[in-house]
Design a protein around this ligand. Structure first.
Ligand code: SF4
Ligand code: SF4
Length: 296
């Protein structure tokens, strides 16, 4: 378990609860790397989190995986340990009613594109699960990872979701590894390495389209304008090279050891970062009101 000689404060943390998942998505950032594949004993895991919470003053926890809801009992107990929680789920498992918890559901396109990336029938399962007790009547937060397969379908994706009464969607971009190695049981290594990343020009083009979509679908797209501008090729490196994710958020693996630089993996290539975080951090530093209003 992670132990710092002089413990620092990390108000937020993210943990891999389990390496189990019912899907094998083509752009997955978890299964593309080797992991210690044994989940920790539940009591030991929860006890360790409590210890880390007290030692580092952790106020919010992100529950990741694998698919965190595969360890539903552990997550349900774990949610009680932190004032604020966020569960990152693939949305295919019914979601119970949860307090003090934001549910982030991954969605990667209109139905047929999402299913191409995540597996047949997965889009429909998500939509059906929005009727589960935990989701009915509450704001749905979708997160979408843009790559070469879905980049030209984002407007159709938002249009398809617009039937849902209350939702918001955040766009990220596929982030590559510095180096790929074959991993047993994961067959998309070559595809990730060769075809998933957008070129800087393609990514800039998508960002322009997202900015246009924000005007067409007001209050539906989460990314503040300034963060999108900062994601563009001429600005991105200045943000990613200063990313303070490793010192701000305690990212933990299955054994509660430190996972650095961040949840996207030990071998992640920060120069291709498509996560909102470094851009949001910079936009907040500049005092951009839309970004400052986001409380994470
Ligand atoms: S649902 Fe998440 S953890 Fe599971 S394969 Fe897809 S991206 Fe990976
Ligand atoms: S991948 Fe992105 S969010 Fe993660 S440490 Fe690198 S720059 Fe920061």
């Amino acid at each position: 378990m992670f132990h710092e000689k002089n413990p620092k404060e990390y108000h937020s943390a993210i943990v891999d609860v389990t390496d189990k998942c019912n899907l094998r998505c083509r752009h997955c950032f978890y299964f593309r790397e080797e992991h210690d594949s044994e989940d920790m004993d539940a009591d030991e895991f929860l006890g360790g989190l409590k210890e880390l919470r007290d030692r580092h003053n952790i106020m919010s926890m992100g529950w990741c995986g694998g698919e965190p809801l595969f360890r539903m009992e552990v997550v349900l107990q774990g949610l009680k340990l932190f004032p604020l929680n966020m569960i990152y789920t693939n949305g295919t498992i019914p979601i119970p009613k949860l307090d003090n918890t934001i549910i982030a559901i991954s969605i990667d396109g209109p139905p047929e594109i999402h299913d191409t990336i995540r597996g047949k029938g997965t889009y429909e399962k998500i939509i059906n699960n929005l009727d589960s007790p935990g989701m009915k009547g509450r704001l749905v937060l979708f997160l979408s990872t843009i790559n070469t397969i879905n980049a030209s379908h984002i407007e159709r994706m938002v249009k398809a979701l617009a039937k849902i009464p209350i939702f918001i969607i955040g766009f990220m971009f596929f982030t590559a590894l510095k180096e790929y190695r074959d991993v047993r049981g994961y067959k998309y290594t070559d595809e990730q390495k060769t075809t998933f990343s957008l070129s800087p020009e393609e990514r800039d083009g998508v960002i322009h389209r997202i900015l246009e979509l924000k005007k067409k679908y007001p209050h539906r797209i989460f990314n503040p304008d300034r963060t999108l501008e900062l994601m563009m090729s001429q600005n991105a490196e200045a943000c990613t090279s200063k990313c303070n994710m490793p010192v701000r958020t305690l990212t933990l693996d299955l054994k509660l050891d430190r996972k650095l630089p961040c949840v996207l993996g030990r071998g992640v290539d920060c120069s291709t970062c498509g996560c909102v975080f470094p851009y949001l951090q910079q936009a907040k530093k500049e005092g951009d009101p839309e970004s400052v209003a986001l409380k994470f």
